[in-house]
Design a protein around this ligand. Structure first.
Ligand SMILES: [Zn+2]
Length: 169
């Protein structure tokens, strides 16, 4: 899979490259096929705007287990092509609903219309340690690549997280 066709200059700048750790994470994320389809569908349906939402599931032994995908509104309407701002009310409602269910919010996904599936400095500013951050690259309205990221404990770099979608866990 190649997305080099859509790599705006800024993605090759030092500011972008320096916040990606060359060492991949030892953590893994398991995303069931049905959830991958949902992510792709939402990202393509929202194109050319950025879509975002939450991953619901659990975290055990450096493995995120996704059980559900929940779209949340992107409140950034002015720059919805390249910025996202997850609706806090949507977040809180889902967080409240999950209390006592054994499931929790484990990550935030968003799309990058006509851009690589690599995080931007803006993504770093809003990233929380312990959360998984899938990014879906959508080029010309079609999903080109899906990658997942996590932020280090200093909050200054992203590491690539392996996505595993086998049906058995
Ligand atoms: Zn982003």
């Amino acid at each position: 899979m190649t997305t080099t066709l859509y790599e705006p200059e800024r993605f090759r700048s030092q500011a972008y490259l320096s916040m990606i750790d060359e060492h991949d994470s030892t953590a893994q994320i398991h995303i069931p096929e049905s959830c991958l389809h949902q992510l792709s569908h939402q990202a393509e349906a929202g194109y050319p705007l950025e879509i975002c939402g939450l991953l619901i599931g659990s975290l055990n032994d450096s493995q995120w287990q996704v059980s559900e995908i929940r779209p949340v509104e992107n409140l950034n309407k002015e720059r919805a092509a390249d910025r996202f701002q997850l609706d806090p009310a949507g977040y809180q409602a889902i967080d409240k609903e999950l209390r006592g269910s054994g499931q929790e919010i484990i990550g935030v996904f968003h799309s990058h219309p006509d851009c690589p599936a690599r995080p931007s400095p803006t993504d770093l500013q809003s990233a929380w340690e312990g959360f998984a951050y899938p990014i879906i690259s959508v080029c010309d309205g079609k999903v080109a690549e899906l990658r997942c990221w996590e932020v280090n404990h200093k909050g200054d770099r992203f590491r690539s997280v392996t996505i595993n979608n086998e049906t058995s866990t």
